[in-house]
Design a protein around this ligand. Sequence first.
Ligand SMILES: Cc1cc2nc3c(=O)[nH]c(=O)nc-3n(C[C@H](O)[C@H](O)[C@H](O)COP(=O)(O)OP(=O)(O)OC[C@H]3O[C@@H](n4cnc5c(N)ncnc54)[C@H](O)[C@@H]3O)c2cc1C
Length: 366
Amino acid sequence: MSDRTTATGAVPPHDLAVVGTGVVGALTAYYAVRRDPGLRVLLLTHDARGTGATRLSAGFDTPTGHSAAQRVLAARSTALFAGLAAELPDVQRAPVDAYWLVGRDNRAALDASMADGGRTSAVDPDRREMLAGTFPGLTHGDDEVLLASAPMTAGRPQWLTDQLLDRVLSRPGSTLLEGFRVTAMRRAGSRIELVAADGSRVTADKAAVAPGPWALAGPVAEAARDRGARVKKVVAFHIMSPPPPGAPALVFEDADAFLLPHHPGGHWIFSITSPDWDRGPDEPLVIDARDRSLARKLLARHVPGFLPYLLGGRVFSDCFTPGHVPVVGTADDDAVVMAIGGSGSGYRLAPAMAEDTLDLLYGRTR
Ligand SMILES: Cc1cc2nc3c(=O)[nH]c(=O)nc-3n(C[C@H](O)[C@H](O)[C@H](O)COP(=O)(O)OP(=O)(O)OC[C@H]3O[C@@H](n4cnc5c(N)ncnc54)[C@H](O)[C@@H]3O)c2cc1C
């Protein structure tokens, strides 16, 4: 089929279409042009650039994993983030000291989850005093223990994503189409045709689909469902009390929750695990009474002094895959690869997801 019949409007066929301009799509596009500077990349987003889970992400990077697969992705992503820090003038990732509250019986499992093979250590009395000053009323049961680990990292996912997209789009041959909601993808001769909700069409030799929480509503929905993908609400409250300079993070390991200083906002981020499954990004998502009750219970148990400051926060949806291990796989055609299942950790695992996507598309083995 000729180019003329498969592309509409002024957009010529591209080498690679990337559906999604969140952190996974942006990294995929960035690594693609870094591998092949002449590659013509077409970026597609269903709404304005900057819409999606990435915009609301807390940006906490704990290089941990509860399975070997997660740990491998986490360790690779840590190395790739270090590479990005060397390439970009200001990658906006800062180390943050990390402390962990965990049931005594779960300490060994926590140590085993560290992707770098590090171990937690006991908190000495001086540091305990510092923590009590930072987390007002800090307390825990006799069956729990407070531990320190190597510093973790706090980043700014949307800032990073914007830097990456700007770099890709500054190259001749790269194009961004906003408001282009891909509803179907099909083979058209040697190319992949991507059809938008309004019927417009573009083509590319290959396509990477990084739809975040829209995984079940777009062109890879069936393939995503086949791989066990679901969507869930993700909630991070704000604690409207300014964190002191150098404030550490506190992870409530058994509750899958954390307190992270957010200095630009002048408040803490208190991420909890919302139980609201099957909540997609196109429905109204709010922080509701059930989320608040969960958050209040956890604070009342461990940091009661923060209770009066629990006000507002961030809420969106994310795509979760079995075992919370992201899925990178072909969808119906070898030239179409989806990268889904950030599972609430899609920022910290995004570099490895992007690398795997390109490896699969371009036949590289690791
Ligand atoms: C409140 C909150 C806090 C979080 N905190 C952390 C954290 O501390 N650490 C961490 O690692 N992770 C965290 N996450 C998870 C992380 O933010 C996500 O996993 C990650 O941002 C997903 O990135 P993505 O690029 O896959 O998706 P998104 O950022 O959602 O981007 C999806 C893109 O796909 C496009 N798209 C989708 N469907 C179509 C279509 N059919 N046609 C065209 N375009 C389409 C959208 O327009 C968008 O550009 C958090 C998430 C939330 C909501």
